[in-house]
Design a protein around this ligand. Structure first.
Ligand SMILES: *[C@@H]1O[C@H](CO)[C@@H](O)[C@H](O)[C@H]1NC(C)=O
Length: 207
């Protein structure tokens, strides 16, 4: 199976076409071989017909994003040796190259099972604080190194028990929850020079 993406080299040719355009019917030069297996997903999408109307108003595609979260989904990435590690990171984040992600959302590790595994929290207890745990910090640093404009966001899948003030709900004492999230943002800025674009003080699939 050949994986493809839509590398439209001459958009004027598309505009000249009339009626709905079946993407697989586009001329051969519009196709480029995709460099990542994810391109296979695009091929599945491409079996449907789309009308490309350059004069249309409404929602537009702002880009593509990816999540590193749901428990340890990036755990093995940094186990790759060089130069393969750099190659993978380039395919993910380098603009105009491979996947060229525009947005990276990471899990705010909460010491709890969050689907595929457990990610370490920056605060195991109220009096504990470390920004040296886990791999999400490094992933964000590598992303920004390759694309300074990439959007970053954070979301918790679980919270350490103390954030729930002894209950299972992280919203029992909102001051604790807010302080916990703010500490994560502060660590991103002070330790890694990362300004986070979006933060969600909620919990994945809850609230
Ligand atoms: C909520 O947590 C804050 C910060 O630890 C504390 O000062 C406050 O007393 C707590 N509120 C309640 C109602 O327990």
């Amino acid at each position: 199976m050949i994986c493809t993406n839509y590398n439209i080299e001459d958009p004027t040719k598309l505009r000249a076409a009339t009626g709905p355009i079946s993407v697989p019917d586009l001329e051969f030069p519009y196709y480029n071989r995709m460099r990542l297996p994810l391109g296979c997903l695009l091929l599945i999408v491409a079996t449907h017909a789309y009308l490309i109307d350059s004069g249309a108003t409404g929602r537009r595609l702002d880009g593509f994003g990816a999540i590193s979260g749901g428990g340890a989904t990036s755990r093995l990435l940094f186990s790759y040796p060089q130069p393969q590690l750099d190659q993978i990171l380039n395919f993910l984040f380098k603009p105009q190259f491979g996947l060229s992600l525009h947005h990276l959302k990471v899990e705010i590790g909460g010491d709890g099972q969050s689907s595929e595994g457990v990610e370490s929290s920056h605060q195991h207890s109220e009096n504990d604080l470390s920004y040296q745990r886990g791999y999400e910090w490094r992933l964000m640093v590598e992303a920004r190194k390759r694309n300074p404009a990439i959007l970053l966001s954070g979301l918790a899948w679980t919270f350490p028990g103390w954030v729930g003030a002894g209950t299972s709900s992280p919203w029992t004492n909102i001051s604790l929850t807010a302080g916990y999230i703010i500490a994560w943002l502060q660590g991103a800025r002070s330790t890694y020079a990362l300004d986070i674009d979006f933060i969600n003080a909620d919990m994945n699939e809850r609230g």
